[in-house]
Design a binder for this molecule. Structure first.
Ligand SMILES: [Zn+2]
Length: 310
């Protein structure tokens, strides 16, 4: 090869690299894997299970952070822009998500695939009968493993869309996840099938979908999001109900500091148990690798204790 031919070949290569810069930049950042941004932990878990080592998942709401309060920083918006896929639950949970996604796709060459994983219609029977939030729907669908499968299905479609070469692997992984979610659902149904009580007291009304699936009621100390506080008269009603129904446990959350639950437990002599809304894991759970299935099993045990199931 003469020197001039070599120069031409190198310039052509350079041109090619510039022209394909967008995709290769992303590939360089992630080592060739598909960069996915998720908001909350269940979405991370489902994406990692389905994507396996073809994806690199970054979760915006970090372990131990209250997910309802989260606001994205400019660096989070940039991370969404630089990703192939952005996965969130529903505007009822991440009110900022659609704006962030639109901002990240405007004026950018790479178009991020945006995945809303929940289609919220009201869920029929109102198990959050103490709900005083103006919204009568509940975004915490992942607490019902059957609904979680629908979220996983939307994540599967998105991964196939951006990476068709991985389709066979994604489908196989999604099938394996579905088998585990079904087993989890069966196990929880069995745990909660024969119980003395029909109601649990929870610190925030996050468990409507779980209650719906396994046929119990939740009485909330606060509303659909933890910062929603009840008035004193409603709280008095809850205290009365605890006495009347013979409730002996208050289910509190691991992340939100829960003075209210502690006070109510103190007033009524009820015992505190942990029921996890699974928005994000605690730092401890994340470092120990405690996963969605593990926490859902513990949740089944906690509700079983509170309802006095046999
Ligand atoms: Zn919540």
């Amino acid at each position: 090869m003469t020197k001039s031919v070599l120069v031409i070949a190198l310039s052509l290569m350079l041109l090619y690299l510039v022209a394909t810069g967008c995709a290769s930049d992303l590939n360089e950042q992630t080592g060739g894997e598909i960069a996915v941004i998720t908001t909350t932990y269940p979405l991370t878990y489902f994406t990692e299970r389905i994507g396996g080592n073809r994806v690199v998942v970054t979760q915006l709401v970090k372990p131990g952070v209250e997910a309802h309060d989260f606001e994205p920083a400019p660096s989070d918006i940039r991370a969404i822009t630089n990703s192939y896929v952005f996965i969130y639950n529903h505007p009822a949970f991440e009110s900022w998500a659609l704006n962030a996604a639109t901002a990240s796709n405007s004026g950018s060459d790479s178009q991020t695939v945006i995945v809303q994983t929940i289609n919220l219609e009201t869920t029929g029977e109102d198990h959050g009968r103490q709900a005083v939030d103006d919204s009568n729907f509940d975004p915490h669908v992942w607490l019902n493993p059957v609904k979680a499968q629908e979220q996983a299905g939307r994540i599967l479609s998105a991964l196939i869309e951006v990476d068709p070469d991985g389709a066979t692997i994604y489908v196989r992984n999604a099938d394996a996840l579905e088998v585990e979610l079904r087993a989890l659902d069966d196990l929880t149904s069995k745990k909660l099938s024969n119980c003395e009580l029909g109601s649990v007291v929870v610190s925030h009304l996050a468990f409507g979908h779980m209650a719906d699936r396994y046929d119990f009621d939740q009485i909330g100390l606060t509303g659909l999001s933890p910062e929603f506080e009840r008035g004193p008269s409603q709280l008095v009603k809850v205290l009365e109900e605890i006495g009347e129904l013979g409730i002996k446990h208050i289910l509190q959350e691991p992340i939100v500091s829960d003075r209210l639950a502690e006070t109510v437990a103190g007033e009524t002599g009820a015992e505190l148990l942990t029921l996890h809304p699974l928005e994000v894991r605690t730092s401890d759970e994340a470092s120990k690798g405690v996963n969605y299935i593990d926490i859902m099993k513990s949740n089944g045990d906690a509700v079983s204790t509170a309802l006095r199931c046999s």
